[in-house]
Design a protein around this ligand. Structure first.
Ligand SMILES: *[C@@H]1O[C@H](CO)[C@@H](O)[C@H](O)[C@H]1NC(C)=O
Ligand SMILES: *[C@@H]1O[C@H](CO)[C@@H](O)[C@H](O)[C@H]1NC(C)=O
Ligand SMILES: *[C@@H]1O[C@H](CO)[C@@H](O)[C@H](O)[C@H]1NC(C)=O
Ligand SMILES: *[C@@H]1O[C@H](CO)[C@@H](O)[C@H](O)[C@H]1NC(C)=O
Ligand SMILES: *[C@@H]1O[C@H](CO)[C@@H](O)[C@H](O)[C@H]1NC(C)=O
Ligand SMILES: *[C@@H]1O[C@H](CO)[C@@H](O)[C@H](O)[C@H]1NC(C)=O
Ligand SMILES: *[C@@H]1O[C@H](CO)[C@@H](O)[C@H](O)[C@H]1NC(C)=O
Ligand SMILES: [Cu+2]
Length: 640
């Protein structure tokens, strides 16, 4: 962090800006969420429950509203139909447990997705139009049994809704052909779209590679990316995160770079050790919680995948499903060091692990197999068509705060009964359960008694340990959050604090973007803890939680919709869907950060031992951090 150099000009414009913004903020702050209630279900704690059958197979899923999960499949012969052809998308209503088919128009096979800063979801790219068995359709403009035009250049948009009226809409603009692209939301709420191939296949090759990046809305022609160009053949769905520094981290095959996407400049970091993590090796990956304690410093965890050398991928003697997946876990804190560090290995080798950020700060690891990789084909050695085998049915949980050597645990966790192989997915729901669905390592819809890995519709919830606890019901959470600005108050009653006021110092407010889940990646998934302090009353065990707005840097979490939870002693409230930032694409307003009041537990007058514990550690931490935030805010203002 550079030393503070503030020109008088900066201060003048800052104070002018503060004054004008307080008016705006006054309006923004008046909108609060209704206090959340309790889960509608009683869960099987640490276990799975099948809650129904999806209409299409869940190759891609995301939470669009607090009540609706959207499914996107590849084009195939799903018995559910819409507009005279098989459906390949649907909506699942959580409270009513009902569904409806939807129509993404073109073939969304292995598309990428993510959400814009204004709340519109994107689903981008895909495959050619297909017919029975995934064979190319006679016409690439529609018609035929599946009536699906070529989706490789498609930009599909969805504004999620709760009234059953919304459907996918095609953007009139197109992208370059991309099958298996990655989407990452940028700090102005626009989208960067990375990589992909033109014709598909198990891995990429020079003849069909699209080693370029482009943007939505468009910023002009695609730009060549050297890392994508030199990491064939395993460069599809490149693992990409926007870092708090504003650089992007890209991990592809064995290589890692920073991308400065405005200067179009890539800077190499160390190669990743032990295993390939991108598709089709498909490691579990996740940015660990960004918290006031770690100064919002990003650490990325990569676990499993497969140790496959470049020439092996295309070797005719490579029998994929008999090759064991990796147990290796590594971490990278790219804004601090370019070196990967080994972390505790997975309890079981895994390819296609989905990593889900739980509100309590732990990471749930589920889905995938012990052998082989993602992908499928008509090879004699395939398991049916699957290139993976030996499903890992038991989840595992990673605690980033546990001492090294003790971070992974499977204790008490029950196995699922449903293999979740290639084309399965998982996403966090507002009630803190995790929806798990999909699995279809087949070219078309395929079910039957002798099919080991059929097209899977069974949809489960996994209920983490906190699920049946009485949930906190905080009052006063906002509906919109600014980057910087004034703190606000949330009230917790005695029940919310489990009738023990000292639990207020084990209370946190967290924002989670659950992301777009496909191919063991949750694009855009992120966990950010807000700075807090409290005024608590021993006399009646209630507390006012003082909560900071978002850190004044939209690269920490990009604008757009996300869930907010208040977590007391590891038990989250039911998450509310809120808007981060302005709700519009474009440079986000950055505000000076208001100081949090001193944390304080006020002793009962009647209580003889007269405890008056001020949360000194919490307050000093916040104070020190705020100076940094203030500087960032002022830099932002000068730029404005
Ligand atoms: C969000 O921005 C995109 C790109 O400009 C636009 O297509 C979409 O309609 C916008 N959504 C909303 C809700 O305004
Ligand atoms: C990207 O490079 C440009 C030009 O060198 C520089 O001004 C900018 O600060 C860089 N961006 C980041 C996020 O480092
Ligand atoms: C975070 O910042 C504070 C104050 O600037 C500093 O004291 C602390 O060491 C930093 N912590 C980390 C983990 O970098
Ligand atoms: C794979 O095999 C099936 C069944 O024999 C056949 O229908 C299909 O066309 C084949 N697919 C490819 C891509 O060769
Ligand atoms: C919370 O406060 C209680 C009582 O003051 C104390 O015993 C406990 O150690 C504190 N816990 C944390 C995590 O600070
Ligand atoms: C709890 O006690 C404090 C201090 O007497 C008081 O200000 C507050 O209103 C009380 N809260 C409730 C919910 O009774
Ligand atoms: C507790 O301590 C704070 C900070 O020193 C002080 O402002 C407050 O008056 C004290 N409260 C009681 C009830 O003693
Ligand atoms: Cu795929």
């Amino acid at each position: 962090m550079p030393p503070p150099i503030l020109s008088s000009m900066g201060l003048v414009s800052a104070s002018f800006f503060v004054a004008s913004f307080l008016v705006v903020l006054g309006t923004a702050q008046s909108a609060t969420l209704p206090a959340p209630g309790q889960p509608a279900r009683h869960g099987i704690v640490n276990g799975f429950e099948i809650i129904g059958s999806s209409l299409v197979s869940a190759q891609q899923i995301f939470l669009g509203t607090a009540d609706k999960v959207y499914f996107v499949d590849k084009v195939e012969n799903n018995p559910t139909r819409i507009k005279g052809h098989p459906a390949w998308a649907s909506e699942w209503g959580l409270s009513a447990n009902d569904q409806r088919p939807m129509d993404p128009v073109t073939n969304s096979f292995c598309a990428g997705g993510n959400v814009l800063g204004n709340g519109t979801w994107l689903n981008i790219g895909g495959n050619q139009g297909v017919s029975y068995g995934g064979q190319p359709a006679a016409s690439q403009y529609g018609g035929g049994p599946y009536n699906n035009p070529d989706g490789r250049q498609s930009i599909r948009l969805l504004d999620p809704c709760d009234d059953g009226s919304c459907d996918w809409v095609m953007s009139p603009t197109q992208i370059d052909q991309r099958w298996y692209p990655t989407l990452e939301t940028l700090e102005d709420g626009t989208m960067i779209i990375l990589g992909g191939c033109r014709n598909g296949g198990y891995v990429n090759d020079a003849g069909q590679d699209n080693p370029t990046i482009e943007f939505f809305p468009s910023r002009g022609r695609p730009i060549t990316s050297p890392i994508l160009q030199r990491t064939l053949p395993a460069n599809l769905y490149p693992l990409t995160w926007l870092l708090p520094s504003g650089l992007l981290l890209i991990q592809s095959n064995w290589a890692t770079v920073f991308l400065n996407y405005t200067a179009n400049e890539e800077t190499p970091l160390d190669n990743i050790p032990d295993a390939v993590r991108v598709y089709p090796a498909s490691a579990g990956t996740l940015m660990l919680p960004l918290t006031p304690e770690n100064n919002y410093t990003a650490t990325i965890l990569f676990c499993g995948g497969s140790n496959i050398q470049p020439e092996r991928w295309t070797s005719p003697s490579f029998i994929v499903p008999t090759y064991a997946a990796s147990t290796s876990c590594v971490r990278l804190t790219p804004d601090v060091s370019r070196r990967y560090q080994r972390d505790d290995p997975l309890p079981e080798a895994r390819t296609m692990a989905s990593f889900i950020a739980l509100p309590d700060g732990r990471v749930l690891n589920l889905n995938g197999g012990r052998m082989g990789t993602a992908g499928y084909g008509n090879n004699s050695w395939a398991v049916g068509h699957s290139y993976a085998d030996n499903p890992v049915l038991r989840p595992a949980i990673y605690d980033p705060n546990a001492p090294q050597g003790q971070r992974w645990s499977t204790e008490g966790l029950q196995a699922s009964t449903v293999p979740r192989m290639y084309h399965s997915s998982a996403v966090l729901l507002p009630d803190g359960s995790v929806l798990v669905s999909g699995s279809n390592p087949n070219p078309d819809y395929l079910v039957g008694p002798n099919i080991k890995y059929p097209t899977e519709y069974r949809t489960e919830l996994f209920y983490p340990s906190y699920y049946n606890e009485r949930r906190p019901q905080p009052k006063g959470l906002l509906a919109k959050y600014a980057y910087g600005g004034q703190p606000f108050d949330v009230s917790l009653d005695a029940e919310d604090l489990f009738n023990d006021v000292s639990n207020v110092n084990q209370t946190k407010v967290v924002i989670i973007r659950p992301g777009f889940s496909t191919h063991a990646i949750n694009m855009g998934q992120r966990y950010v803890e807000l700075a807090t302090s409290y005024t608590a009353y021993q006399e009646n065990s209630t507390a006012i939680l003082h909560v900071s707005q978002l850190p004044p840097n939209p690269a920490i979490i990009a604008p757009g919709p996300a869930l907010i939870f208040v977590v007391v002693k590891g038990v989250p409230s039911i998450g509310g869907l809120v808007m981060l930032g302005s709700g519009q694409l474009g440079t986000q307003p950055i505000l000076p950060v208001g100081e949090l009041p001193q944390a304080n537990i006020i002793a009962s007058a009647s209580n003889g031992n007269g405890q008056n514990s001020t949360g000194a550690a919490s307050t000093i931490r916040v104070g020190g951090f705020n100076r940094v935030l203030m500087l960032l805010a002022l830099i932002g203002l000068v730029v404005l």
